[in-house]
Write a protein that binds this ligand. Sequence first.
Ligand code: P1T
Length: 381
Amino acid sequence: MRIETLAVHAGQEPDPSTGAIMTPVYLSSTYAQQGPGGHKGYEYSRTDNPTRTALQKNLAALEGGTHGLAFASGCAAATTVMHLFRPADHIVVADDVYGGTFRLFDAVFRPMGLEFTFADLSAPDALERSLRPATRGVWLETPTNPMLKLIDIEAAAKVCRARSIALMVDNTFATPILQRPLDLGASLVVHSTTKYLNGHSDVVGGAVVTGDDETWTRLKYLQNAIGATPGPMDCFLVLRGIKTLHLRMARHCENAIAIARRLEGHRQVERVIFPGLESHPQHALARRQMRAPGGMISFVLRGGLARARACLETVRVFACAESLGGVESLIEHPAIMTHASVPPETRARLGISDGLIRLSVGVEDIEDLWEDLERGFAAAG
Ligand code: P1T
């Protein structure tokens, strides 16, 4: 089946006892056993829950994997994945990742003995140059957060496969509708389901999908042992959100392309970063690797912090808020908000400047969105 049909149906059957079309929210924390060990596949809801099972199957189908695992947040998913590694293992990480991911690796796992190299993996050969004999994993986002750099997943997978290194791709920005890393050779895919997959800004969740049985067996063990699992209501909401993922992504992309083009022609805008623009340094890769360029835009407003602040304080349709991927448009200032935990010198090197603004373009009317941004630019002066 094609991905649009999988989004609506995968992992879900009408309830055998009632015919209910929607997967029930199994709020039970435990399950009666006929006798010790005599259960029907469910013992305790940290270990397995039927609503979560449906979501996990759906996620696996969308990403083209064999197994999905749901978590309480994107960070919980990343935390669980990092437990695949041992002290002294070395992991190469794309230099431009979500600030919370950087913080998790740098401030939580580095002191526990994992070693990380942050490198600009959008540059050819950067990955090979970062490898060490102890390298066991590569972690990347593409497009990256917030500079929207693209990384060639297939090329990275080739390098990793030759050395038995796990390639982990955070596919939050693209979603499986636009790009499927497992098809391109990645070992596993990570998501913050908080974003496009749920799509309605009412859940914090995470996920991992893999096609490798051994990796799944270990992660399944860790999911239960660590226990950073989502509640059944959140699983239901993500499952429901995914049913319209393909429809929403089409509109996010359509609106984002229109806004990026208009921004590019605006006198107050110094630079627009959007993979769908010909001016994006990796536009050709975007066309090859992604079905469409996504709904995220970063741009630099002329005049620095005071003007950026005035713009963010003035817009009304765009909400000034962290996060992304919901139906409503959001605007944020990465240096102060989502990437505040990245050291200032690293932010400067990456281009996360005081004038940098990130948009999560929603599914509203394009003219309302543009008029709102123009209001913000007028206030910025
Ligand atoms: O917030 P959480 O569900 O724990 O997911 C973390 C995460 C992981 N990966 C990517 C690419 C992300 O963007 C995020 C969270 N990002 C934001 C909250 C943000 O505004 O960028």
